[in-house]
Design a protein around this ligand. Sequence first.
Ligand SMILES: [Zn+2]
Length: 318
Amino acid sequence: MKNLYPLKLKPAVKEIIWGGDRLKTDYGKSAPFEKLAESWELTVRPDGMNVIENGEYAGMTLGDYLAPELIGKGYSGDRFPLLIKFIDARDKLSIQVHPSDEYALKNEGEYGKTEMWYIVEAEEGAELVFGLNDGYSKKAFDRAVENGTVESLLRRVKVKPGDVYFIPSGLVHAIGAGILICEIQQNSNVTYRVYDYNRPGKDGKPRELHVAKAREVIVDYSPAQLETLRFSGRADLTPDLLATCDKFTVHKYEVSGELSLDVTERSFVSLTFVSGDGEIIFGKDSYKFAKGDTYFLPAGLGEVKLSSGNAVCIASEI
Ligand SMILES: [Zn+2]
């Protein structure tokens, strides 16, 4: 039986060609390379594993610490359910799509991927690719791939800090240049790259595309459906509730003063701080946090208080 307390997590960091350096300069991350594209804040995977930084279990991996009841009562999956990242896109990402659970489990031995983006920073005029224009037909798609005109199919939207986008499996998407996001997603790394602007990869050759698989999994979301997936300011969600679906529920807490959270046996809560600093108070102990930090609160932890003058926290659970 493990002792429960707020666990400060050391992320897994990833170098990718389109990455920037703001996670190092502004979010407290360290990495032995220049282009720090992704910081995996909550991750229990062979290709990226959190290490606990504080308290009795300091130095232990989160995977070794966890037991099913610390993820959540009734959770029956055979692997940890979520993956949470900071992504710093200095340059634009490839145009991509993720498969559903059904397709991914059958073809890749992984979960599918539904994801959510909270826009932490965006340069003036920064854009995302969020779906396709004019409906999707396999014929038109094939023609565009053949003619190198995929870019003309893409539906682009301008973004600003605080915006929230929900990306279900099957939706074509890409993060644009000059955007820093906090991404909450299913624990999966299955990405089908549709188009990569003919850019060279690390080795100088273009990165691999997966057009045939992408073609199989793309879902034709209508403009009206896409509007319902753009969660910013939606009337049926409270200001605190950013997104909820069968994979995850995400709240945004703006803390000025004290805010109390009850972490029940139903689910863990992961806290990723996107601005400000302060303390997490648990019983007689307090744990300092700063912008960029992630804490894992195991299921059943009970009441914690967040204390800060100015912090914004993205809180994710299942
Ligand atoms: Zn994606």
